[in-house]
Ligand binder design. Structure first.
Ligand code: SF4
Ligand code: SF4
Length: 453
């Protein structure tokens, strides 16, 4: 089995050894208070429960009428204690529903639904009702991805098991321990989109998973599934960051390019994280909404690196010290991986649907060097997998020339951080690009508002 890849990219130290062989430790049922962000992907939701109300695990607690939205559900049975803003991933304050867990065990799931005999509309409604979003980081609503714009023909559904971020091993563990559910979710996604080909894409540092996946694929072939859902294979990609980026993965496994500014559907592809596919299977087979998730807890300042599964809304700080023990000298706490994750000011933030990891880093894993002057070495250009010129984008943004940075491709930047990683001057290029893109979006909103008037 040969490995495929894309141009550019970087090779940060993998640092996966501490957790890659550790089974996921389930911390469910959970007996503490959870803080569930009201909106987790898509358009803003509104709470539909009140303070003092008793809720069951799996009960819908916030929703919106907007198509580009997903509901959120209670992840524990208990009583709604507060509905107020608090620190969430991204270092922002966001509205959360605080539920104090009780020991009633009350649970309300949806009735099971056969994905291969129900209508396409029923299947898409189930995916939305289950609150499914991309669990790899972006939290994009899954039903929207599975319902691409009219005129697009989906030929491939790609299960994204690349997990290219250093430290993170939760996707690999899901594949190892629940391969049958990932394959079932992939078959369901193929059935909904009409794709004839399913690919489970792995980096070649996870080639040992191919066996368990081939077995799950063979079992799926024995099931009476829908047309096309049997053509599933495993493809190995080179271990290189950011192999798990949608556009990079599509190029690596199909040889196709997603045009600038377009969605994967423009290249006939839908890409879904393997955790999302596992949860899609559960949403149909058990009627279970997305209320728990697995994540990797690691970093050299963490004495008990592990993979855990917790109810959505669990405060990371509440797991310390009973479940997570820290070493002295925590310099940085990151929600997500070290390349694309967000540095948090405290551990008291809730695990969300897209929290793939929490890292506790010490000084030796963290660059605290001051930004120096650009030496024009061009390393950032060679590292950029989107074939942009980060140095020119950065200079334009520093000079407040937003239009020029857009001409250099600012809006095509996937914020992977490869350029910052290789820059010898320690220029936090990706931070300039995140801010620059935010400015562009604000500008566009202002222009749209003017147009409406
Ligand atoms: S890598 Fe850093 S120093 Fe080199 S050209 Fe790019 S921004 Fe300048
Ligand atoms: S952060 Fe943006 S500019 Fe930098 S390497 Fe990634 S895609 Fe290219």
């Amino acid at each position: 089995m040969s490995s495929t890849s894309f141009k550019g990219g970087v090779h940060p130290p993998e640092r996966k050894d501490r957790t890659k062989d550790l089974p996921v430790e389930a911390l469910v049922p959970f007996t503490k208070t959870v803080w569930i962000p009201v909106t987790q992907g898509g358009a803003p939701n509104t709470p539909i429960v009140k303070v003092g109300e008793t809720v069951a695990r799996g009960q819908k607690i916030a929703e919106s009428d907007a198509f580009m939205s997903v509901p959120v559900h209670a992840s524990v049975a208990g009583t709604v204690k507060k509905i107020e803003t608090r620190l969430v991933t991204g270092n922002m304050d966001a509205l959360c529903i605080c539920i104090e867990a009780d020991d009633s065990g009350a649970t309300v799931y949806m009735p099971p639904l056969d994905p291969f005999t129900c209508s396409r509309e029923e299947a898409l409604a189930r995916v939305r009702d289950a609150g499914l979003v991309g669990e790899g980081g972006a939290a994009f609503p899954t039903h929207v991805k599975l319902n691409p714009p009219k005129g697009s023909k989906i030929e491939y559904v790609i299960a994204n098991g690349a997990e290219c971020e250093p430290y993170l091993t939760i996707d690999a563990r899901i594949l190892q321990e629940q391969a049958h559910k990932v394959v079932d979710g992939l078959a369901i996604a193929m059935h909904i989109t009409g794709a004839r080909t399913g690919i489970i894409a792995l980096e070649d540092n996870k080639a040992d998973l191919a066996g368990v996946l081939e077995k799950a694929i063979a079992n799926q072939r024995c099931n009476p599934v829908g047309a096309g859902a049997c053509d599933i294979s495993v493809v190995l990609c080179k271990t290189k960051y950011p192999q798990g980026g949608e556009k990079m993965l599509i190029t690596a496994v199909t040889g196709r390019e997603v045009p600038s500014g377009a969605l994967p559907a423009a290249a006939g592809c839908v890409v879904q994280n393997v955790g999302t596919l596992k949860d899609m299977s559960e949403a149909f087979r058990q009627g279970k909404p997305l209320i728990d998730r697995g994540l990797t807890v690691s970093g050299s300042a963490c004495a008990t690196a592990k993979n855990i599964e917790v109810p959505i809304g669990t405060l990371v700080g509440d797991l310390i010290p009973a479940n997570i023990t820290l070493n002295p000298g925590v310099i940085k706490i990151i929600a997500g991986g070290p390349m694309m994750g967000i540095a948090m000011k405290s551990a008291n933030f809730p695990v969300q649907k897209n929290t793939s990891g929490v890292l506790f880093l010490s000084a030796r894993e963290t660059s605290l060097d001051e930004e120096g002057p650009c030496i024009g070495c061009g390393r950032c250009i060679r590292a950029c997998s989107c074939r942009l010129t980060p140095v020119l984008m950065m200079r334009a943004l520093k000079g407040d020339k937003l239009d020029e940075s857009k001409r250099c491709g600012l809006m095509d930047c996937i914020e992977c951080g490869s350029c910052s990683y290789v820059c010898p001057a320690r220029i936090p290029l990706v931070q300039y690009f995140r801010l620059g893109k935010q400015k562009v979006r604000t500008e566009m909103q202002k222009q749209a508002a003017k147009g409406v008037k």
